[in-house]
Design a protein around this ligand. Structure first.
Ligand code: SF4
Ligand code: SF4
Length: 317
């Protein structure tokens, strides 16, 4: 029932999660204590909330987890486990960044779902909606809600939609009965596959399920705000914003169905843009090009820093 309500507001999969301590609580705690979150200080500051969401939100009775697919024909998906010829000779932007800003999309849809649930409950329902920025371990809650498993590349993998998915969570002070959408937890289906570990260009996936953010291109291009040090600029390779490699090689993404929501499809102005065109952008043109996209999270100074690194990497090939 919940999944049908979710679909009616444009969410590809929706389930009721358990607002319990995360299954991989200790592993996450160690990861932060070892400093593998790099300069994402908010992960350390909100560690207690992430570890004990029940204590942090005592009023919450349930957590709704929603999935929105962004896999389109332009999303890299490599059956061979390797990039196609010439892929690394052009500047690249991760496919999640090319469509409309998913924070807004998911939030709007979760609020619509909240309205439907209030109507069904016949009373007002307290809520908190989080998309990416909240102090919840969204992937963990999605896995606990039976929406997939956390793969060796640390992404949530939905069995039908793959890992090119956005996640959103909504805490409610409403007890949702099991019959409304509790699903069985899905066992890890990575099996003996190691494609993501083998393909990661920087060795950021140190071992299955352990990601060193300080070596990850997604982190370096988007979250990291300072000038690059040491090898960091060379780590970027062709990636100006984000990195799709460990998802592009994942067999679950090769077979995943395409996104239904037209809003997540890439803006044609941002598809296959060459180095020269990117280098010609001024602040105004960049603002117009990225406005309303997830790409907008990469500020102008960061974009110029990333582009300088990518330009050097491409010319050095
Ligand atoms: S996003 Fe790129 S750099 Fe980061 S772990 Fe995946 S393949 Fe490696
Ligand atoms: S590439 Fe293989 S090991 Fe990595 S997340 Fe996908 S299925 Fe799991």
């Amino acid at each position: 029932m919940l999944s049908e309500l979710g679909r009616s507001v444009g969410l590809d999969a929706t389930a009721i999660g358990r607002l319990k301590n995360p299954v991989h609580r200790d592993a996450y705690h160690d990861w932060v204590q070892k400093g593998m979150h790099a300069s994402m200080g908010y992960l350390k500051r909100t560690l207690k909330v992430r570890m004990d969401p029940e204590e942090a939100f005592p009023w919450a009775r349930s957590v709704v987890v929603a999935v929105l697919s962004y896999k389109t024909p332009e999303s890299p998906s490599w059956k061979t486990g390797r990039p196609p010829e010439g892929f690394n000779s052009l500047p690249r932007i991760s496919c999640y960044a090319l469509g409309e800003d998913y924070h807004r999309l998911l939030k709007e849809r979760l609020l619509l779902l909240h309205g439907l649930l209030e109507r069904l409950a016949g009373k007002s329902v307290q809520r908190r909606v989080f998309v990416d920025t909240g102090p919840l371990l969204e992937r963990e809650h999605a896995a606990m809600a039976g929406l997939g498993w956390v793969g060796k590349n640390t992404c949530l993998i939905h069995p039908r939609l793959g890992s090119y998915v956005f996640l959103g969570t909504m805490l409610l002070d409403l007890e949702l009965p099991d019959s409304q959408g509790f699903s069985e937890i899905i066992e890890d289906r990575c099996g003996a596959c190691t494609r993501c570990l083998d393909a990661c260009p920087t060795g950021a996936i140190q071992k299955p399920y352990l990601l060193d953010a300080s070596r990850c291109i997604s982190y370096l291009t988007v979250e990291h705000k300072d000038a690059f040090q040491g090898s960091e600029a060379s780590f970027l390779g062709p990636w100006v914003c984000g990195c799709d490699v460990c998802q592009a090689v994942c067999p679950w993404n090769v077979r995943a169905s395409l996104a239904v929501s037209p809003e997540v499809y890439p803006d044609s102005c941002l598809c296959g843009v060459g180095l020269k065109r990117l280098e010609e952008l001024d602040l105004h043109a960049y603002t117009m090009l990225t406005r309303g996209k997830a790409f907008d999270r990469v500020g102008w100074a960061q974009f110029q820093r990333n582009l300088r690194a990518v330009s050097n990497n491409l010319k050095a090939q």
